[in-house]
Design a protein around this ligand. Structure first.
Ligand SMILES: [Zn+2]
Length: 481
């Protein structure tokens, strides 16, 4: 029999309200309190909801609303299909565990975590309400900083763990007073934390909407990361730019370009990875409520653009510059209206079979090839090896085409390294990296482990070490030790 159920505080977890109820119920043991709340003895879930007694459901009045506003439902529900969102909500209302499958919550994300809190929010709660409570927005996947106070969140002793022993622990009982506040100084980390919480707080629509991968593809279709005719997304280039954008922010959800591809194919629904991509693309968090995606008409739009500009009096050279496309391609689309598949290619009787204008292509592509090479070489993270095929992929040239473009080819060739030269760049990177992370500087930590090199490989780089370079001198000392 529930005497007095405490009203919710703003952004409070359902678990938190139950834990506060336990404190004020006067029950001396958890078992008795659980009889008030649940139809059978269970392990109270920290982030979601268990099956509840009819009396509790009646007190909560709108249980659907409680689940949407006082559990972590929207953290995952936003990024699954509308039908799975509805099924997960139904399961939570009915008190079954099907929601974990419907929301696609990976097992490794349920274990080994503690409830987090902000010491400044705790003291604010205490002065406002006389007690503190567990805030939902501090538990959002990937959130490390309080978006109200921009200080780092602290880990409590309360496990969010499917195997921990049953408990209802009130925040007031375990959150200490007068704790050290560590302000976050990292702008991008603060921005991302604000973004994650803003997305989390958007209502989750139960209406049919575009899937997250469809929505992202639609938004990317308005950027440079889609091929001119919309068939390919340049995940490699996007990955590089994204790494640049988040440089200085320590994360391990997006470490390789394929993780972006998988997210865009709908094969990966890590909310942090998705939000990182959305923030990078400058998508308003409110747009993630209904996720509207229009029709991607890129190829058609592109062709229409060329035809329109040509009708306005621009020549194909000018148009190709304006659209950042190759001259050859622009002219072909302009002359054949984009229907070059259906229409026979015009062959002048004198000219013989139509050939690619490699001289024009060479000039067209030179700057882009140069940019791509420079981008690979200036990458802040682990160095990457330059290869002809990598550069072709980055600038959108067909395979083995660069060899036919003399200026482009010579630029790439001039920057291709021997494997030993590449190892040196990797060692320099590893050296800097270890200094930053404070790991002991020796040959094992700097060279052997990170690069997977053996002694005979190392002997091959010794002749390349430069005595005037302080890092090289230090590396040589390590090798000699
Ligand atoms: Zn705070």
């Amino acid at each position: 029999m529930i005497a007095q159920f405490p009203p919710f505080y703003p952004d409070e977890l359902l678990y938190s309200a139950f834990a506060r109820y336990y404190v004020r119920s006067g029950h001396s043991n958890l078992r008795d309190c659980m009889k008030d709340l649940y139809p059978s003895i269970c392990r109270p879930t920290v982030e979601y909801s268990n099956a509840l007694n009819a009396e509790v459901i009646k007190i909560l009045s709108d249980i659907e609303d409680v689940i949407k506003k006082h559990t972590m439902y929207s953290n995952y529900a936003r990024f699954v299909s509308a039908s799975r969102r509805r099924k997960a909500l139904r399961s939570l209302v009915d008190g079954t565990t099907e929601y974990t499958t419907q929301l696609g919550i990976p097992v490794n994300r349920t274990g080994n975590r503690h409830l987090r809190y902000c010491p400044l929010c705790a003291s604010k709660d205490r002065s406002l309400y006389g007690e503190t409570y567990w805030h939902r927005s501090h538990q959002v996947y990937g959130v490390t900083v309080c978006s109200e106070h921009n200080c780092y969140l602290k880990e409590s002793t309360v496990w969010i763990h499917s195997k921990s022993s049953p408990a209802l622990t009130a925040a007031e009982v375990v959150i200490p007073y007068d704790e050290e506040i560590i302000a976050c100084q990292n702008k991008i980390e603060i921005d991302l934390n604000h973004y994650l919480v803003a997305v989390f707080q958007q209502p989750v629509s139960l209406k049919k909407s575009a899937s997250i991968d469809r929505f992202l593809k639609y938004r990317i279709s308005q950027t440079k990361y889609i091929s001119l005719r919309g068939e390919h997304i340049w995940a490699d280039q996007m990955f590089r730019d994204l790494m640049q954008y988040y440089s200085g922010y320590k994360q391990d959800v997006i470490k390789e370009a394929y993780q972006i591809s998988k997210t865009l194919q709908g094969k990966k629904n890590n909310p942090l990875a998705i939000c990182m991509i959305c923030m990078f693309l400058d998508i308003d968090p409110a747009d993630l409520s209904e996720m509207k995606a229009g029709k991607i008409m890129l190829a058609y739009d592109y062709e229409q653009n060329i035809i329109r500009l040509h009708n306005e009096g621009y020549n194909y050279r000018q148009i190709s510059n304006m659209l950042n496309a190759s001259y050859d391609y622009t002219k072909r689309i302009g002359v054949h209206g984009g229907n070059h598949k259906q229409r026979p290619i015009n062959i002048s009787p004198k000219a013989g079979p139509r050939k690619r204008d490699y001289t024009a292509m060479d000039a067209d592509y030179y700057q882009r090839v140069k940019n791509a090479v420079d981008l690979v070489l200036s990458n802040d993270g682990r160095p990457e090896k330059i290869s002809v095929s990598k550069i072709e992929r980055m600038v959108g040239l067909p395979q083995r085409c660069i060899e036919k473009l003399p200026k482009c080819y010579s630029y790439v060739r001039d920057h291709i390294e021997t494997i030993e030269e590449y190892w040196i760049r990797e060692i320099e990177w590893s050296y800097q990296n270890n200094i930053h992370s404070g790991i002991e500087m020796n040959i094992t930590n700097v060279i052997i482990h990170p690069l997977n090199l053996n002694r005979s490989d190392i002997n091959r780089i010794i002749p390349l070490l430069d005595n005037n370079n302080s890092i090289h001198v230090r590396i040589r000392e390590m090798i000699d030790m």
